[in-house]
Design a protein around this ligand. Structure first.
Ligand SMILES: [Zn+2]
Length: 117
């Protein structure tokens, strides 16, 4: 590998690291803007907190805005609108289960239950 190629690889790695840190900072800003804790159970461990689109469709918006850090910027800007809430991973899955947002299959105590479309 030539010195130019090594420098180019190092630049790419530094850029990835910068993007990762920037994304983490934007996520923390979004968590803070939404109150910093799960709306249901109150846990405040940022590692398990997820941004929930209250009426659903959060992923569609994320895909439309493409970049996750831009999505977090949208969440910060709309934090007071009541569009988003923070849920911990457990409460988010419970909500998905309650609203049947779990895909084509819902896991029930007796096994898988195929949903009708
Ligand atoms: Zn929770």
């Amino acid at each position: 590998m030539s010195p130019g190629e090594k420098q180019s690889e190092r630049r790419i790695e530094m850029n990835k690291l910068h993007c990762k840190k920037y994304g983490q900072r934007k996520r923390m800003e979004a968590i803070a803007a939404l109150g910093g804790k799960c709306s249901r159970c109150g846990i405040d461990d940022w590692r398990v907190l997820q941004i929930d689109h209250i009426t659903g469709g959060g992923n569609r918006k994320l895909i439309r805005t493409i970049c996750r850090s831009k999505y977090h910027g949208v969440v910060v800007a709309e934090a007071q609108s009541g569009t988003y809430q923070l849920l911990c991973a457990n409460c988010n899955w419970i909500k998905r289960y309650e609203l049947r947002e779990t895909g084509n299959y819902a896991v029930r105590p007796g096994g898988l239950d195929k949903r009708k479309k």
